[in-house]
Design a protein around this ligand. Sequence first.
Ligand code: BYC
Length: 317
Amino acid sequence: MGEVQLEKRFQDYLDGENKIEPKDWMPDAYRKTLIRQISQHAHSEVVGMLPEANWITRAPSLRRKVALLAKVQDEAGHGLYLYSAAETLGIDRSELVGDLLSGKAKYSSIFNYPTVSWADMGAIGWLVDGAAIANQVMLCRTSYGPYARAMVRICKEESFHQRQGYEIMLSLANGTAEQKQMAQDALNRWWWPSLMMFGPTDDLSPNSAQSMKWKIKRKSNDELRQEFIDKTVPQAEFLGLTVPDKDLKWNEEKQGYDYGEIDWEEFYNVVKGNGPCNKQRLSDRVKAHEEGAWVREAANAYAAKEAKRKADKVQAA
Ligand code: BYC
């Protein structure tokens, strides 16, 4: 069968709502797009541990510390599921990690902002994990089987993360005037960067059209951003906090909120590596990778020993 026919059969298969599995035929560009997206997603989970890990030792109570520790640990697990999903596409994890550490690979812009107060732990859980859920629920139906299955488990854990953050915001918002102000300041800091997580507007999103056709993405960047805003504004109102957008207004006709202009210059600047914490995040990852070399070496030595033991056993039998 020629390439054109194979591609048509592939598209028909997707249009029939079937999942693509690792050994199925797929166009090269589909494979590349998935490797790009899944690895960026994995890197985001791993780099995403850093802003919150910064507060584990300073959590205000044992209960908060335990919850935050569990959340940060979950993010490491998400990174591992996603690297495994990417590996099913024929790429080696060390290559992906190498691209992250050299600064070649992208990860979510949101993790290049600093966490300056405890309230940021609340805002991250509520807004950042909230935005992640909005995006990831649709990815549970993505067309590539291993990615879709990883997302189901990740989404369950993300909803705990979101509630953990909202509960911190609720305590602060119902606390002293100073605590309420901390919560408001955190909302002010994280609102706009959270909206940027969904990526550029649809007309400026180079990958969207093809990814939607291949059913990798099920909803567009703007659709998801709108859903997130519509869900989150009432949550801010419940907290008694103000969303920092003077143009935010309910639009009866579209049954959704109109919102102000996102600062896309800031977004592209952060994506290019010039955000407030890009350099620190990368150097922290490089340091962690170097310091973890002995663990990888030990695991490899153990795997080699086990393989030899098994081979010797077979030979002896
Ligand atoms: N930041 O054509 P577009 C978490 C890039 S972590 C940086 O729309 P696409 C958590 C984009 O990659 C959850 N770059 O792209 C962890 C593309 O660049 P290239 C993270 C961005 O892929 C710890 C270019 O801009 N979630 O939950 O169709 C603690 C053009 O964009 C961003 C995921 O990764 C950005 N925000 O759509 C707490 C979800 N946005 O590669 C929480 C999986 C865009 O062409 N990813 N770019 O040079 C996706 O769903 C999609 O990749 C996106 C972008 C919606 C993000």
